[in-house]
Design a binder for this molecule. Structure first.
Ligand SMILES: *Cc1c(COP(=O)(O)O)cnc(C)c1O
Length: 389
């Protein structure tokens, strides 16, 4: 068997696009500090500002790049929002935080931090498809709610929430609305003005750019407190010398993602359908997780009762297929996925689940190969298992 490398873990991270890598390489000699006033510094700064406009365009505000602040990634952007709320809540006394049980660990743990600090925090449940229950949402969000934070699209099961409806309701109650759009940006149309959010989180390495760069969108007038204190960068709200090569890469990745959004979505959906239909046709008793239609075009999460997720992952890995059992951030822990548990699948089924996340380099041949290997893997693991299929 030839050395296979079928990477289907794009929701964990993506490879650098060659165009992005090339642009970053060309700029490696732009070493001046982007805050320096000399010509070289101004040149570096111009690159940062060009990237800011490209990132702004990707979320629908091409004429308003100053609403974008660069950070070190999705985790920092999310934590910044919770830090802002910490200060606001202490000043105003309005402290209610409403989020969901299926957020990324960086939101869950930031919310738990505020809970420890005495903020009342609600973790909303979701239905079997991973959608926030709107009745539960409306009864949780009220006059004492300071922040509502709901992810735009889930990293494990791909379910896409109705952000516009939730933001509208939150605003009517006088609450701020934040969305972690890390998995949505570059995969589906993201428009901060149509969604009417106050804060939106992005990360560059999920859209074929470098790791360690992200952004936070802030609506005009939305409160801001620095998470990183120091110099004047980003108006003093996010200090630290600009990661200008990384930011340049983010800009190029954002520009390419925007221009290819429709094509990418169509291609991903086609490959995802092929994989899903193939799995259903060849493997008995599977359960496809996530929403049937409000779902990221590249994400397919499937439970295989009677087989253990980690064992499936290792079997596939030996065959050169790279998948994940849930989120990369939660792997290594033996707890079943908090996302799948929230959708009510139960610990046994949650333990037997695999996330396939497809991407730009995925081919039909890759899917055919998975559909050749996977049924054998499941049959073998099920025959060895004591768990009932
Ligand atoms: C990857 C991810 C993050 C974290 O982003 P980093 O840039 O890796 O810190 C946050 N939220 C979601 C939904 C993610 O998928």
């Amino acid at each position: 068997m030839p050395d296979k490398n079928v990477y289907l873990d794009y929701n964990a991270t993506t490879p650098l696009r060659p165009e992005v890598a090339e642009a970053m390489k060309l700029d490696l000699d732009v070493y001046a500090n982007a805050s320096s006033m000399h010509e070289a510094g101004r040149r570096a700064r111009a690159r940062v500002e060009e990237a800011r406009a490209q990132v702004a365009a990707l979320v629908g505000i091409h004429s308003d790049p100053e609403r974008i602040i660069f950070t070190s990634g999705g985790s920092e952007s999310n934590n910044t929002v919770f830090a802002i709320m910490f200060h606001l809540g202490r000043k105003s006394g309005r402290k209610g935080i409403v989020t969901t049980a299926i957020e990324h660990p960086c939101v869950l743990n930031a919310a738990l931090w505020l809970k420890e600090e005495g903020f009342p925090v609600t973790f909303l449940g979701v239905d079997e498809y991973g959608m926030v229950n709107m009745d539960e949402f409306r009864s949780a969000v009220g006059q004492d709610t300071l922040l509502v934070s709901v992810m735009a699209a889930n990293n494990e099961i791909g379910t896409i929430q109705d952000i516009a409806a939730m933001a509208e309701y939150a605003h009517a109650q006088g609450a701020y609305f934040h969305t972690d759009a890390t998995q949505a940006v570059g995969k589906i149309d993201v428009d901060v003005l149509a969604w009417k959010v106050d804060y939106l989180t992005m990360s560059c390495h999920k859209l074929y750019g470098p790791k360690g760069v992200g952004a936070l969108y802030l609506k005009k007038g939305a409160p801001l407190e620095p998470l990183i204190r120091g110099g004047h960068q980003e108006h003093g709200f996010r200090a630290g010398t600009y990661n200008n090569i990384g930011i340049l890469g983010f800009g190029i990745a954002a520009r390419l993602a925007r221009s290819e959004l429709v094509l990418y979505g169509t291609r991903m959906l086609q490959l995802r359908s092929k994989l899903r239909d193939g799995i259903i046709a060849t493997i008995p008793k599977v359960r496809v997780n996530g929403h049937p239609s409000n779902v990221l075009p590249n994400t397919l999460n499937v439970s295989f009762p009677g087989a253990e997720g980690e064992a499936i992952l290792l079997y596939l890995d030996l065959a050169g297929i790279r998948v994940s059992t849930g989120s990369a951030c939660a792997s290594g822990s033996l707890d079943p996925s908090h996302v799948l548990m929230a959708t009510g699948v139960g610990p046994e089924l949650a333990h037997g689940s695999i996330r396939f996340s497809l991407g730009r380099d995925t081919t039909e041949a890759d899917i055919d190969y998975v559909l050749d290997v996977l049924p054998k893997a499941i049959a073998r693991l099920r025959s060895m298992s004591t768990i009932e299929a």
